[in-house]
Design a binder for this molecule. Structure first.
Ligand code: SD4
Length: 330
C-alpha cells in the first residue's frame, strides 16, 4: 500500500496542485470552456439519476442539503440501489451472467477529473465504493475481476453472496431455453447513473450495474467505462447512460454529450444528438433501449432515449420529480 500511495502521490501531485476549479478554469483555453449563457437561472444543488429511483435520489439530496460534496452524494445515493435486493440490475440481487455468477460494474468521477472503476466484480455489495477506493487509494483507474475483488477485501469490504433466491430461480428458468433476448425497459431497466452538483457548484457522477442479464461470462458494458457510461467535466457538466452498453461504448456516449454541451448545446439537445449518433449506426434495427441524461454547470437537465418508457429523477429546491423522457420512437 505504501508503494501505491507513493505512486499515486507522485504521479498526480502536480496535477492535483493545478486542479482546484479556479486554477483549472484559468488554465483552460477559451474554446474548451462551457458556452452556457450566463443568463440561465442556476438550479443547484441538484441531483439527477436514471429511472425512477426515488430512494436513491432522496438520499443523494439529503447529503447535498446538509452541505455534503457531490461526490459523497452520488456514492451514497447509488449505494441505496446496490443494497436493494429487489433491484435485479444493480448490486445485491442482480441477475447473473449465463453461468449463474453475479458480476458488477461501476465507476465514479469527481470534480477534478479523477475517476475509478471496477469491472466484473463479484461478491461485493457496493462496487461504487470500491471504485471510489480505486480512485483515491491506487494510482490506477480500473480494476477488474479477481484483482478488483482482492483489492476490495484489502480495503475492508466483506464477502457477500449476491445471487438471491429470486434471481437464481429466474436464471434456472432462463437456462431451459438459454435464449439471449433483452426485453426493452424490463430486463434492462434498473442501472443507476447519477449526477450531482453541490453547494459549491462542483459536479460528480457515479454509475453502477450488474449489466445485461445472462450475459457471457466476462462481458463488461458501458457502465464502468469512463466516457461511455459516465463522464463529468466540472467546467461543463456531466452525462450518464442506461441501456444496451455495447451501443453506448461504440459512440463514447457520455463524453460526446459533455463535449456537445461544451460547444453550446443544452443538456436536452446534447442527449438528443447522443441518441441520434447511435441511431445512425443502427439503421432500422432499433430493437433496444438507450437512455441518456445530462446536466450542465447551471443545473439545467435533459434526457432522451430511443424507446418510450424511460424516465429520470431530479431533486432540487424545486422539488423531487420523476421526468418522463422524450423518445426517438413514439
Ligand atoms: C450494460 N448499460 O451493462 C448496462 C445495462 C443497463 O439498465 O444500463 N441497464 O450494458
Amino acid at each position: 500500500m505504501k508503494r501505491r500511495n507513493f505512486l499515486k502521490n507522485s504521479t498526480i501531485g502536480t496535477a492535483a496542485m493545478l486542479s482546484t476549479p479556479m486554477l483549472a478554469a484559468a488554465a483552460m483555453p477559451e474554446g474548451m470552456k462551457s458556452k452556457v449563457p450566463p443568463t440561465v437561472k442556476s438550479r443547484r444543488p441538484i441531483v439527477i439519476c436514471t429511472w425512477d429511483f426515488h430512494n436513491a435520489s432522496e438520499k443523494a439530496w439529503s447529503v447535498l442539503k446538509e452541505g455534503g460534496s457531490a461526490l459523497d452524494a452520488v456514492e451514497q445515493g447509488v449505494m441505496v440501489e446496490e443494497s436493494d435486493a429487489d433491484n435485479q440490475t444493480v448490486g445485491l440481487g442482480g441477475r447473473p451472467d449465463r453461468d449463474g455468477n453475479v458480476t458488477l460494474d461501476a465507476c465514479i468521477m469527481d470534480r477534478d477529473g479523477n475517476c475509478g472503476a471496477v469491472l466484473c466484480l463479484q461478491n461485493i455489495v457496493h462496487p461504487i465504493s470500491v471504485a471510489r477506493k480505486v480512485m483515491e487509494a491506487t494510482p490506477h483507474v480500473m480494476l477488474a475481476g479477481k484483482g478488483a475483488e482482492q483489492f476490495a477485501y484489502e480495503m475492508g469490504f466483506k464477502k457477500t453472496i449476491l445471487l438471491t433466491e429470486k434471481s437464481k430461480q429466474e436464471w434456472l428458468e432462463w437456462k431451459k431455453t438459454s435464449l439471449y433476448k433483452p426485453i426493452i425497459n424490463i430486463e434492462n431497466h434498473d442501472t443507476i447513473g447519477m449526477l450531482a452538483i453541490d453547494r459549491n457548484g462542483d459536479i460528480a457522477g457515479g454509475c453502477t450495474t450488474s449489466g445485461m442479464a445472462y450475459k457471457m461470462a466476462g462481458r463488461v458494458g458501458d457502465s464502468p467505462i469512463i466516457g461511455a457510461g459516465l463522464f463529468v467535466d466540472n467546467e461543463v457538466g456531466g452525462a450518464t447512460a442506461t441501456g444496451v452498453g455495447e451501443e453506448v461504448v461504440r459512440t463514447v456516449g457520455s463524453f460526446l454529450i459533455v463535449e456537445l454541451m461544451r460547444q453550446g448545446k443544452s443538456p436536452q439537445e446534447a442527449c438528443e444528438e447522443g441518441v441520434r449518433r447511435i441511431i445512425a449506426k443502427n439503421g432500422d434495427k432499433l430493437d433496444f433501449q438507450i437512455g441518456f441524461i445530462a446536466i450542465n454547470k447551471e443545473g439545467e437537465t435533459g434526457g432522451y432515449c430511443i424507446q418510450p418508457g424511460f424516465t429520470y429523477r431530479t431533486y432540487s429546491e424545486e422539488g423531487h420529480v420523476n421526468n418522463p423522457s422524450a423518445s426517438h420512437l413514439k
